[in-house]
Design a protein around this ligand. Structure first.
Ligand code: SF4
Ligand code: SF4
Ligand code: FES
Length: 512
């Protein structure tokens, strides 16, 4: 965390290496950004320094005692040693203190494999325990609420979780109570950890004291494969890591979403609803094309759609969470067949807030607007009243509320939905975890997501279905960019194969 307004560059020496840094920058930031390992528990880029764990000690030339790097500001000529024998000894002693009352139950701890305490012990602890008195016992598996479970014995009292509820959500559910070896994290009397961002404390906790009820004991983290992605839970488009694994004799499944840092979108955090939205991507793997719940041949199903395309009263409805490429292809496909296309957003005012969560629950409304697709809900309902057939491309409205349409609905669906057994037609297509594409978030940031899951019996992608119905529609994203997107004004000059991990801000696009 840099001090505001300080820009002058200075030169410092760290372990004999010369480094240029901003005058007044926090030393721990400079060290970490330059790939120099500094053990730390309480410091976190999003929460700042607290100075309570003392793990980040470094030796500064001219200082009598070791100093904590999270409370030291860089100045010209500073000489830092992070590796001296004295520093290694200090770290080992502080670690020994942290572990005095720790249960050291790594084999049954869900944090094993991504635990800082475990890592630091292996890196420079490695001492024999000198303890011959019983350890202090504290609360185990305490249900804090919001899917979070606390093990007080594993806690190193870094106060990251309490600072999160004080500084970030300002909901103040958590506090450190008691003194000395009785100090522990607890909820305020009569309260539960209950806020829409509560599960972030699990990521913030550097040890296995706070774990996710949803994830714990379901996978060992070293078995997981990780892919960068973008949350589709609302128009914010928070950046995520998708952790998935294919167990023997099972299909590849997602086990969790974790925040991927992007200061321009979500910083270090996610909302709980978005974090848990991975579950929908594990559903619906049946490759069958269904007509009224019965599998039918692909050629027969495609004929039904072709007949609908030539009908005078056919309209199309697209989910505004489909990718930019899918929406562009649909626009061209519907335009070529004179089928009016609508992509109204799904809105939920109770969901939106003044931080990350948007009332617009559609992940790609800004892309639909960019493509000029009709988004007014009233325009769609008016057209629906006159329609005899609706081609529904994954819009939840007609999946969840079959009763709103008197017309026949032919569904292209990436997920299972309740009324699919009675639907006139249901084509399965690959959901976003099985496909790739771009989203434009509410602030006009173009972001790419990549395919994360492997699939044994692949569904066609939506583009593949459209291509089978009309060979002029490209069968892949590269073709869609070349044919429809490269010439769109806000996308001019964008190389779709080289969109950076943190996205690109599109000028004049987005609404928030
Ligand atoms: S529960 Fe975790 S985040 Fe909270 S104080 Fe303890 S170690 Fe730190
Ligand atoms: S704020 Fe929206 S995009 Fe971000 S995690 Fe929540 S649902 Fe997903
Ligand atoms: S990280 Fe510096 S004192 Fe905790």
């Amino acid at each position: 965390m840099y001090q505001e307004g300080v820009k002058e560059l200075v030169t410092i020496r760290v372990d004999g290496r010369e480094i240029r840094a901003e005058q007044g920058a926090l030393l721990i930031d400079v060290l970490l950004k330059n790939g120099i390992s500094v053990p730390h528990f309480c410091y976190h880029e999003a929460l700042g320094a607290d100075g309570n764990c003392r793990m980040c000690m470094v030796e500064l030339k001219g200082a009598k005692r070791p100093q904590i790097a999270c409370d030291t500001f860089v100045c010209e000529g500073m000489e830092v040693n992070t590796q001296s024998e004295m520093i290694q000894k200090v770290r080992r002693e502080i670690l020994e203190l942290e572990l005095i009352n720790h249960p050291v139950d790594c084999p049954i701890c869900d944090q094993a494999g991504e635990c800082k305490l475990q890592d630091y012990y292996m890196e420079f602890g490695l001492y024999e325990s000198r303890l011959d008195t019983p350890k202090t016992r504290k609360g185990k598996h305490i249900d804090l609420g919001s899917n979070v479970v606390l093990d007080q014995e594993r806690c190193v009292l870094c106060a990251r979780c309490t600072r999160f509820t004080q500084q970030i959500t300002r909901t103040h559910e958590l506090a450190i109570v008691g003194r000395g070896d009785a100090a522990r994290v607890a909820t305020a009397p009569g309260r539960k950890l209950e806020n829409p961002y509560a599960m972030n404390v699990v990521d913030l906790c550097p040890v296995g004291a706070l774990t996710s009820k949803d994830f714990r004991f379901r996978q060992r983290v070293w078995f997981l494969d990780t892919v960068p992605g973008v949350c589709h839970g609302c128009a914010r488009g928070c950046n995520i890591w998708i952790d998935h694994n294919q167990l023997k004799y099972e299909t590849d499944r997602i086990y969790r979403f974790r925040p991927r840092i992007n200061p321009a979108v979500n910083g270090h955090f996610l909302c709980d609803a978005g974090r848990l939205s991975y579950r929908a991507q594990n559903d619906h793997r049946s490759g069958d094309i269904l007509a009224y719940g019965t599998p039918i041949a692909e050629s027969e199903a495609l004929s039904l759609v072709r007949a609908a395309l030539s009908g005078a009263r056919t309209i199309a409805l697209a989910d505004a969470s489909l990718s930019l490429e899918q929406l562009a292809a649909l626009r061209a496909f519907c335009g070529a067949h004179a089928v009016p296309l609508f992509a109204p957003s799904v809105t939920d005012d109770a969901f939106g807030d003044d931080w990350l969560r948007c009332s617009d629950r559609s992940a790609n409304s800004a892309a639909a607007a960019l493509l000029g697709i009709e988004q007014r809900y009233t325009a769609f309902t008016e057209a629906l009243q006159q329609a005899s057939t609706v081609l529904n491309f994954d819009h939840p409205l007609l999946q969840e509320r079959a009763d709103v349409a008197e017309a026949k609905v032919l569904h292209f669906a990436s997920r299972a939905f309740e009324g699919e057994a009675s639907a006139a037609l249901r084509f399965p297509f690959a959901g976003y975890a099985l496909d790739e594409g771009c989203l434009v978030n509410c602030e006009g940031r173009l972001q790419r997501f990549r395919r994360s899951l492997k699939q044994q019996a692949p569904h066609p992608t939506l583009l593949a279905w459209l291509h089978r119905l009309d060979a002029t529609v490209p069968a892949d994203n590269a073709g869609v960019w070349e044919q429809y997107l490269a010439t769109l004004k806000p996308l001019e000059g964008v190389d779709d194969a080289a969109i950076p991990a943190d996205g690109i801000a599109l000028e004049g696009v987005g609404h928030a």
